[in-house]
Design a protein around this ligand. Structure first.
Ligand SMILES: [Zn+2]
Length: 63
């Protein structure tokens, strides 16, 4: 969905957690904040409030 490759990043800082250190970067191209977790997974935090792609779909069937 997002064509931005997040190639140009500004280092924002680090945050210590119980699991390790999260590293924060900001993309100069799209302005997204990227988080690199201690488990080496990365995800973007969009600076666009009002739209939540992770909105709960409600109760799912659970046996
Ligand atoms: Zn980007």
């Amino acid at each position: 969905l997002d064509p931005c490759m997040h190639k140009t990043l500004d280092f924002l800082g680090e945050q210590r957690t119980d699991e390790g250190v999260n590293s924060y970067y900001k993309c100069r191209d799209c302005g997204a904040t990227l988080v690199i977790t201690p488990s080496r997974s990365a995800f973007a935090l969009k600076d666009a409030p009002g739209r939540n792609p992770h909105a709960s779909p409600g109760r799912q069937g659970e046996s």
